[in-house]
Design a protein around this ligand. Sequence first.
Ligand SMILES: [Zn+2]
Length: 410
Amino acid sequence: MSMFVLICGKVFDGLSDALSGPAEILIEGNRIKRIERSAGRPPGAQVIDLSDRTVCPGFIDTHVHLTMDASNLALQTLQSSAAKALAGLSLAREYMSYGFTTLRDLGSVDPEFPTIDLRNALNSGLVEGPRLFVAAHIISASAGHGDLRGFYASRWNLPVSAIADDPGSIRALVRREHTFGSDWIKTTNTGGYFSPGDDPAQVTWFDDEMEALTSTARQLRMPVAVHTGAAEGCKQAIRCGARSLEHAYLIDAEGIEMAERAGAYIVPTMQMTQEDLHQMQAGTLPCQAVWKFRRDNESILASQRLLAGSRVKVAYGTDCGMFPFSHGILEFQAMVKAGLSPIRALKAGTSVAAELLGRSDLGVLATDKLADIVAMPGDPLTDIAATAKVDFVMKDGVIYRAPHYDALRN
Ligand SMILES: [Zn+2]
């Protein structure tokens, strides 16, 4: 069994409101054995000096699309599911080097289940990379945000979208996702910005359709993540028992209060908004998104400020795949720009995200937790941009990246 002692300068344990340290972390196999002022030097333990660094739990991104390349959707129609899974593996590994040791993938555009195959390969240890949770497809109404039939011509005339328009067909799609091994059910109950022919300010499921989806998921013990925009869509998702609201672009104060009371998580994808603003100013936003984003961008930023001023559970999620994975780490900075405190942003990317995933063994540095650990120079509480400088990454007790440490895989 491998053993490491990490000598840590400062420590964010995932839960505390301040940094602690100096401290030492003893890791045995894939778990943290203890974290103390001095962890001793057990024979055989390798000592890693991170005394000039801030050490954190591995980051968790709860909203990515490893097999959906928004900049290249047309070309992707020519790719098999296997090709997408392979490309997704490469992206997942690149993303882990920035500090993300756990990801939740919220949907592929593929008739098959490439993200399930990718998850099984990663989580079984067949290939190295981050831990993955998956919602295979995006269940949507016809002409809803997940209806990409016109946008994305299908290979061999297989259906690329999971479309249904009545409670019975919606139940069947949820059951199909369950059969093939999805961890989560993903749906969209409003339009979105990048999809043509729909509007994020409009609700696309009727209450009985949304209820059919969430009750079937509940029966199968699957949590539900809902892409949502309109304030009324956010409220519908909460009323029907969604565990996480993705984007919640136009959520209002009442919706935030409902989410707080229900214990629902908001994944506000704030860097995505920064990317869209940048593209709008540069004139490169896709034409189908321009009129919607131009109309809504100030309202989205106002909703984000409301979230920052509330006590609702905010979890880290980016929507990478819609924009480059190399920008996903900037969500920390986008959160602080929107008004979240640096400590709340760090919790969003560690303990709160782990709680959203239902995994108390992740997102926290403490005895018996899984040894997913990252480190960076600087102090992220005084400068949140330090999070973009991670140069030490351990997952499951294996070091994938370290400063001045040559004996690395890859
Ligand atoms: Zn998404």
